[in-house]
Design a protein around this ligand. Structure first.
Ligand code: TRP
Length: 313
């Protein structure tokens, strides 16, 4: 039996237009390189969303109109860095709520609980490890209103159809009156976007080529890393940014664990990531299409990013 990484690599590299699913970029090394991306001044997303979630905490709280206690459920909480200022504001203002961070990484959740218990001793935290839908089902039974957080332009990595089915799934697992705060990277000067994703330090290139190193290690392949490059392209009309690995020569790669060889043509592309940028009209349309009512868009001062507050009526 092949594991799902093996199956997904096999499917992606056998396709006419080769691709590799972006979730596999984040192994231990990939996650470290992604931290480097987030620390680049050109990668405006991190700072813009941090600004919203630290400067507009009162506004977020006031927009909820929740009775207390309520739940804040964060989907894919990671290191919890983005949410800290919001949690801190609520705790300092003696707001009664439970914080339920959810992540597939147990290590991340253990570390987050430990740090938050130290930094915010008044916080009621109930971390959950696992698939968010299993955990979200429980939300439907909760007697308290809930705010779901889906931050960090996560939604941008889904195609339109997949984004719609994901949001509908959130909707089905929410109670009437529950809210969703969802991050959208906004359409903007294409040069700004290009600089964030096609950095001159080569960090994003390293991040993408690390996936080939991972395949070499985990699936016993023989990718020669120097024979590949990185390319990305932003289309300002559709708002789609697409990232690729480029094969710099015609070459064949053996992947032992798949019992297969794959041919790469001269300059053939392997698509690794979609990162869709939205405008405020599209955000409104998406909310309507998936059954939500848009309460408010919270933007950073440069209007680079929106955390959009939606309500299930
Ligand atoms: N998925 C994130 C984003 O859309 C992370 C990311 C930044 C990324 N640069 C990338 C993923 C390049 C793949 C390729 O912003």
């Amino acid at each position: 039996m092949m594991n799902s990484f093996a199956e997904d690599v096999h499917a992606g590299l056998s396709s006419d237009n080769k691709y590799l699913p972006s979730k596999y970029l984040y192994d231990a090394n990939g996650s470290r390189i992604f931290q480097e991306i987030m620390n680049m001044p050109e990668y405006y997303l991190t700072d813009a969303e941090f600004e919203i979630l630290s400067m507009q905490t009162k506004q977020i709280h006031n927009s909820l109109h929740f009775s207390e206690p309520f739940n804040i459920i964060e989907l894919g909480a990671g290191d919890g860095f983005k949410t800290f200022k919001l949690l801190e504001y609520l705790v300092h203002n003696k707001v009664d709520f439970n914080y339920v961070p959810i992540d597939i990484s147990k290590g991340a959740m253990d570390l987050l609980s430990k740090t938050l218990k130290k930094r915010l001793p008044g916080l009621k935290i109930k971390p959950k490890v696992g698939d968010y839908f299993e955990i979200l089902k429980v939300n439907k039974e909760s007697q308290y209103p809930s705010l779901l957080l889906f931050l960090g332009s996560n939604i941008g990595n889904y195609s339109k159809e997949k984004a719609i089915s994901l949001l509908e799934l959130f909707h089905r697992n929410m109670k009437s009156g529950d809210k969703l705060l969802i991050g959208f990277d906004l359409k903007k000067n294409p040069i700004t976007i290009h600089k964030a994703y096609f950095d001159s330090y080569g960090i994003t290139k390293r991040f993408n080529l690390n996936l080939l190193i991972r395949i070499n290690r985990e699936l016993e392949a023989d990718f020669k890393i120097d024979d590949y490059d990185f390319y990305c392209h932003y289309n300002p009309i559709t708002g789609q940014l697409k990232s690729y690995i480029v094969s710099l020569r015609a070459q064949t790669v053996n992947i032992k664990a798949l019992n297969s060889a794959f041919h790469f043509g001269y300059n053939e592309l392997i698509w690794t990531e979609l990162s869709k940028k939205y405008d405020l009209y599209e955000i409104d349309q998406l909310a309507k299409e998936t059954g939500f009512e848009l309460n408010t868009n919270l933007l950073d001062c440069k209007h680079l990013f929106s955390d959009s507050l939606w309500e299930k009526k």
